[in-house]
Design a protein around this ligand. Structure first.
Ligand SMILES: Nc1ncnc2c1ncn2[C@@H]1O[C@H](COP(=O)(O)OP(=O)(O)OP(=O)(O)O)[C@@H](O)[C@H]1O
Length: 271
């Protein structure tokens, strides 16, 4: 799994399986939530005429102010929220149904199932199910932990299981909603490095929500900055860093400072 950095760059470049192909075409004509008080009878609009397309390959980070609808957007893409007007098109690969992975803000492991069973559940009908579970536990550094129950896991280990479960289905599109939030920084850093290594070995298109601009710079090929509701795309910014540059905290810090200087209003969610 531990590839040298120049090798990582070559595989990163190879993340686009079919250049020009789209894994997602999202058109939210309207997404409203019920009013919070009796006066707002029509509710409040989170999205109005919001469109987003994702090409195959790469990590696409979504950054925006609290409440702008980042989780709502992922839930709409995942089909967990159908109370909106518009459409989600997920073409899938080679004519088969699209496969989605979703890493939530909390690991959401079933406490009455072992780690291996939590993975196995999402692989129903997969012929090499047991082998795949064992392989993914190895990939996330949890070899030999398959028989453990989630209550015995640390926060970082639980996140590793959640990562393994999401990758094990070999998704066409992987949704990640602040997957490393509320971890201590050393643990979060280890998990970011783990995610980077997994993505180099298993190129996957990722739509990644984070409130942490440094995390977005470290992981993403592209950052999409969203406004306050009704939410629109303020800035679509490519992050053309090499793997070595992303691993260099001073380099990430320098880009972070430059973005905060040059795009202050955007980072506040627009004026
Ligand atoms: N079930 C709900 N009923 C009413 N309003 C809701 C509901 N879920 C979310 N909202 C509101 O919709 C808006 C978008 O919520 P969402 O959680 O998608 O935002 P977010 O950008 O992910 O926020 P955060 O960064 O704080 O996690 C917020 O104003 C939120 O209060």
């Amino acid at each position: 799994m531990d590839l040298p950095l120049d090798e990582l760059d070559r595989t990163r470049a190879g993340r686009c399986p079919a250049a020009g192909a789209e894994v997602l075409s999202l058109d939210i004509r309207s997404k409203r939530y019920p009013a919070r008080d009796r006066d707002g009878a029509a509710g409040h609009a989170v999205f109005e005429n919001f469109r987003l397309t994702l090409p195959a390959g790469g990590v696409h980070a979504i950054v925006g102010p609290s409440g702008c609808g980042k989780t709502t957007l992922l839930n709409i893409v995942a089909g967990l929220d159908r109370a909106y007007q518009g459409s989600v098109r997920l073409p899938g690969a080679a004519g088969r149904e699209p496969v989605l992975g979703y890493v939530f803000q909390t690991p959401r492991l079933l406490p009455w199932r072992t780690v291996a069973e939590n993975l196995s559940l999402v692989l129903h009908g997969v012929p090499d199910r047991e082998e795949r579970v064992a392989r993914w536990l190895r990939e996330v550094g949890l070899d030999g932990q398959g028989g453990v129950y989630p209550s015995r896991l640390s926060g970082g280990m639980s996140r590793r299981v959640a990562l393994a479960r999401a990758f094990a289905v070999e998704p066409d599109l992987l949704l990640m909603d602040e997957p490393f939030v509320s971890l201590d920084e050393p643990t979060a850093r280890h998990l970011r490095q783990l995610l980077t290594r997994i993505l180099q070995a298993h190129p996957t298109t990722v739509l990644f929500v984070t409130h942490d601009l440094r995390e977005a710079i470290t992981l993403a090929d592209r950052i999409l900055f969203l406004s306050r509701p009704p939410t629109r795309l303020l800035l679509d910014l490519p992050i053309p860093l090499t793997a070595a540059e992303r691993a260099d905290e001073a380099r990430v810090e320098a880009l972070w400072s430059a973005l905060r200087r040059d795009h202050a209003a955007t980072l506040e969610g627009g004026t």
